[in-house]
Design a binder for this molecule. Sequence first.
Ligand code: IFM
Length: 744
Amino acid sequence: MKNWVVRESGFQKNYVRKYESIMCQGNGYMGVRAATEEKYERSVRYTLVAGTFDQMESENTTELPNAADTTAVFLKADGIPLELTQENVKDYERSLNLYNGLLQRRFVWEPQKGLRLGFYSERFVSLKERHVLGQRVTIKVLEGNAALELQSGILGGKRYGDPHFTAMQGYAQDGIMQYAEITHESEITFVTSAVAKAWIKNGDGKETVIEMAIQPEKEQVMSSCQVTLEEGQELCLEKLCRVATTRDKDIELENENISKYGRDVLLRYEKEEMQKLWERGYEKTWEGSKEAWKKLWEEKDVKISGDADYDQLAVRFAIYHLTVMAPVHDNRMNIGAKGLSGKGYFGHTFWDTEIYMLPYFVWEDPKSARSLLEYRFLSLDSARKKAQESGYEGAMYPWEAAWITDGDTCPKPHFTQYELHVTADVAYGVYYYYEITHDVDFMRKCGCEIIFETAQFWKSRLEYRPEKDIYEICNVIGPDEFTHEADNNAYTNYLTHLNLKLAIEWKERLEKEFPEDYARLNQKLDLESRVSDWVDRRDKLVLPKANEDNILPQDDTYLTLPEIDLSIYRRGEKKLRVDYPYPTYTRLKVSKQADVMNLFLLLEELFTDEVKRASLAYYEPYCVHESSLSLCAYSMLAADCGEKAKAYELFVGARDIDLSLKKDSDHGIHAASLGGIWQCCVLGFAGVRMCGGKLRIIPNLPDNWDQVTFRLWWRGSWLEVTVTKDDVDVKVLQGPKHVEIITK
Ligand code: IFM
């Protein structure tokens, strides 16, 4: 399996959390961190179910709760609990196979002299059946005789200080273990079910089933067994589980009060499903998931040839995580900044979705992209409320979003009132999706309303300067989160301009082509009287221009800010904010992340190559790339500018954020950066873009890549694109044959 497997070779206690995140499994419905079967102090054993947000008492926000865990297995040999140290473990390897989603662990454990046990475990979260997980564990006696005690089941309770659950209780009936818990404020009932079997396997292959005793308690429900094995014998455990909640659309799990109705109510819903699952068995269930992954890779793999093994692994790693993190089965949910792999940023959604991850879904899986945008449509009322409460009109999307009715979930008022560009980013996402898919149905039902309401927000937010007859956007934080109180941040102003322009254009188009939709929206939003204000603002909004050195100013003052020596911060040896605490760092010429570069990437047709090149050379040395959103954006722009070596160097930096041990991923993977890695390969190096409504493919492959092949969706056609250093070959696999492509 060349370039498909992420490995941890040798047990490293210090990196327990890193590997838990990067080897996280899931299917968009749930994410299960790759916690080891046995417990370690640093471990963060999370199972997160998308969209199940609950209010946190300690912070003024909602977060994803940590659901009951099905993956822990407690093993004792001759009374010694399994806990690996550098001394007692050999031949340790943990691996995540991206091709089929299987997580495997194997090692030899020597609990005491004369006793050696071979440990093997594997688990999967089904890509085919979103509620299902499976796990196998085998312990083989390699030397000596061993009295083994094994415990496995469902661990609930208030783990890791997770305050979200009440009414927790374990149950057992007919061999099915079940654990129920209800979130405190959002009152979502979680039901986790499991069935386990254990058996002894002799050296000659003969198997003897072992009776497992099940003990339901308040904090857990565990099944256990005790056996004495001789050298050559194996103890095997197989377990199938389901996770369901009252948030699910596809399960009739009414939000019954568990304490009132008791276990029969719970079992009534999930018991039948568990019985079916168990009858089908582990092997067939796993096969189903494996098939689903195979199909996914047939469609979505990006194949790189050349001296590029690690790059190949990285883009697959990105696609794997984009798949397991995205709750595209339910349009009331969106992608968190850490996917479902950790509680970093509480599971909240940022502009990361529209600008960093949505492109992957639009080009590769437009149905899922639509679902992600429908989430913004379904959040419109919350965004309207936020606008109103902030003294504005229309819809103002919050900097951080969670459940569609949670409203503004950003715990930092400073950011949510100033990082306004998220509202224009959502509108940009609609534009991008529409231009690539031509999904008019989406525009009529959802997209237009988003565009009109966001434009109306900007109409009320712009500041008029009568002396110059212009509009400005003052006192914002642009993408670069180190620069505060910025006036006319170029990124924000240009995207706002596009937002206003789109509102005017779509108003006209709806009126002409879809009069019924127009009448409906006009009645609701009074488009007729709004449009003149949009035109006025569109025509008079300040759009910063490049200076005589071809540098596009990030905002009105950035170019004149005082400079400091940034070398140690750029090398990552120290955090700038430690030496220059707030607000000092906000008044220096230093960027946390790409800002103007993002603008060049989103609206490339508006800027000349000279401006892009000069601005890239100017800004990059002032950027400390502290945000994981930075390197990928810089890499793509460098590729656009033909600076291949620089583009590749920046890409390597982005590639290594999660995949190498240099940076921590303890609180979860860096979702936007993973979207960025896919973008670097397909949009950056292979040079695919939606540019002003046209498909453009102008490659800039790095020296070590010979060829890259992938599939793309463009307005009803599936294309297979193969790019070499000096050629672009496009085959229409399905759909309309005539596709216009700009290649020069
Ligand atoms: O949205 C980003 C922001 O741009 C930088 N800080 C982290 C956020 C979440 O990823």
